[in-house]
Design a protein around this ligand. Structure first.
Ligand code: SF4
Length: 278
């Protein structure tokens, strides 16, 4: 029997703005979506062990994103490099500086936010970078600081990959001289700071775009109409979930080194990134 949770609001704000993170949470576990986005509960348990080491890795990931963003808006590479002052940051930063793929684009849009209606709701995405040459191509770059490089097949199935590409087609015309971006002009690249020569690349087609938008539309309609949010039957997901204590799914966190399949739980949230002070 599922454990009772008292004082739930249990009503989703309508209209609701969905993100890849909230949709992924729902796909992984409807109860997690409920606790995080409907009830707004704080995270009561650590996600992974050892906790301190993983927290440090997350903080370094956040800071790396900020360094890259600052570089992309024109701050000098030497000055930023002085701040990459841990072994991880130093290595990631050097790998980024050596990364030459951005020179062929006419415009770079770091930390770009796009949103569009999805039925009666909205869907929103915050991109690490959209690199565009109007009339030719629009490439989404997403920086990942994972210890382990995930398999491409796993990344392809992530809702981030679906949402980011579909939303760029849907809402990116202003990045393309006012003309709609065609799916075939879009590509998504996950660039791994620890594996700079092994990015995951996902081109796009009109068929994939239609499939993705249909999936998102159905998923959002399902969430909005739902009155009960069940616990996942895949208890492996609980080992890395901060809501374990609400669900009687154990107290001990999973080990970070074992968590490839749950790697999204330590995704960098761009909103958490603080400004760098010089
Ligand atoms: S502990 Fe498990 S059942 Fe509970 S919210 Fe997390 S993933 Fe879902």
């Amino acid at each position: 029997m599922e454990p009772p949770i008292v004082n739930l609001k249990s009503e989703i704000v309508n209209p609701f703005t969905f993100s890849q993170a909230s949709l992924q949470d729902y796909s992984d576990c409807p109860r997690r979506f409920q606790l995080r986005y409907i009830e707004g509960l704080a995270w009561p348990a650590v996600e992974t062990e050892p906790a301190l080491e993983n927290e440090r890795h997350q903080q370094e990931g956040l800071f790396f994103h900020r360094l890259v963003q600052q570089r992309l808006i024109g701050l000098p590479v030497e000055k930023l490099g002085l701040m990459a002052n841990s072994p991880n940051l130093s290595q990631w930063w050097q790998n980024f500086v050596d990364f030459r793929c951005l020179e062929n684009f006419r415009s770079l849009y770091p930390e770009m936010t796009l949103s569009a209606p999805l039925g009666e709701q909205r869907v929103m995405a915050k991109y690490d970078l959209i690199a565009a040459t109007p009339g030719e191509k629009a490439v989404i770059f997403d920086w990942k600081t994972y210890h382990k490089r995930p398999k491409d097949v796993w990344m392809a199935a992530r809702l981030q990959t679906r949402v980011y590409r579909a939303l760029l087609v849907r809402a990116g015309a202003h990045l393309n001289n006012g003309q709609p971006i065609q799916p075939e002009q879009v590509e998504m690249i996950y660039w791994y700071a620890c594996y700079p020569q092994e990015p995951s690349r996902f081109p796009y087609t009109a068929t994939q775009y239609k499939r993705d938008w249909d999936i998102l539309t159905r998923l959002v309609a399902e969430i909005i109409s739902r009155r009960e949010f069940s616990l996942t039957s895949d208890e492996k997901k609980c080992a890395y979930c901060p809501y374990r204590s609400y669900c009687n799914r154990g107290l001990k966190a999973g080990a970070g080194g074992e968590m490839e399949s749950e790697i999204s739980m330590i995704n960098v949230n761009i909103e958490q990134i603080q400004e760098i002070e010089f």
